[in-house]
Design a protein around this ligand. Sequence first.
Ligand SMILES: Nc1ncnc2c1ncn2[C@@H]1O[C@H](COP(=O)(O)OP(=O)(O)OP(=O)(O)O)[C@@H](O)[C@H]1O
Length: 333
Amino acid sequence: MKDLSINLSGNQVIKDMNFKIQKNTLTTFLGPSGSGKTTVLRAIAGLNQKIAGKILLDGKEIQNLAANQRNIGMIFQSYALFPNLSVFENVAYGLRVRKESNAVIKEKVGAILKTVNLQDKKQSYPENLSGGQKQRVAIARAMVLEPKILLLDEPLSALDAKIRIELRNQIREYQQRLGITMLFVTHDQAEAMAISDEIIVMDNGKVQQQGSPLEIYKHPQNIFMAKFIGNHNILETGQLRSLGVEVAENDKSSFIIRPELFQTNMTGDSDDYIVVSGNIKNISILGDRIEYRLTSDNGLELKAEFLNQQQTFTVGKAVKFYVRKGDIEKVGF
Ligand SMILES: Nc1ncnc2c1ncn2[C@@H]1O[C@H](COP(=O)(O)OP(=O)(O)OP(=O)(O)O)[C@@H](O)[C@H]1O
């Protein structure tokens, strides 16, 4: 994608975006509502009227091709199945349009229904399927055409939490097993982290950062990223100095301490740690973890998270928490 800009009704919704995705990987667009994720996906699929910039697929420019000449598949949140066609015929539809023979259709549809574990539903109609099954039909219908890239726009958001997790893992498994290039849109961080090779974080029509889930979590490039991904404590220079960390007084950076990096004991050389003494102000049980909000003796409000099997504290208790100096991440603006 080179210098992509898109105006919708006079609004510049996408602003000079540049990014690359690798073949046979799963890349996710992650960003707040309105950041432009769907607009970029539609541009790749050829569903936007007018764009500026270049879209290259396998080194060839495709931005001027009609949608049906791009060999790109797209899956939406609403499954968009044909209600009057069986599961088999829904999946076979695109192959029939391509005038494939009945023998080829039978073989390809059979194989893909096996992949998505719906062989025994091939005669069923969409109204008799669960939401997760309908979405698997939609995925099979797109995959059977062997698109060069499969675009998935919030495909799981209509499903309940448990099915959503199951299906996201299945999508990742199909992608890896069949070696498909997928571009997935979500605003759910956990979903993006769980299934992606790479995440492209968007805000306000621009790429904020692209990298592996671990890279973007551990090394946010700017303050937006630090705030957007995961839970965080953000300290300014003076606040960090008040905890005894040597930082130049005129350093304008911000410093991030992820709450889960606090420890209740030092496990190495004490010179490598900062010590935060304070009192527990508030406790939130997060399920597998507990979040403590504490007020430090020098007046900072900080969050610390621990697995809940570890030692637990009560509100008002005086505590000492430790964090490795090397775990404090410095970020620019
Ligand atoms: N047809 C349109 N005319 C004018 N502005 C539009 C149009 N469609 C979308 N927009 C604006 O473009 C911006 C990006 O929209 P887009 O749907 O791509 O965001 P998104 O990141 O996919 O959001 P969501 O997660 O809510 O689906 C939004 O500010 C939206 O209001």
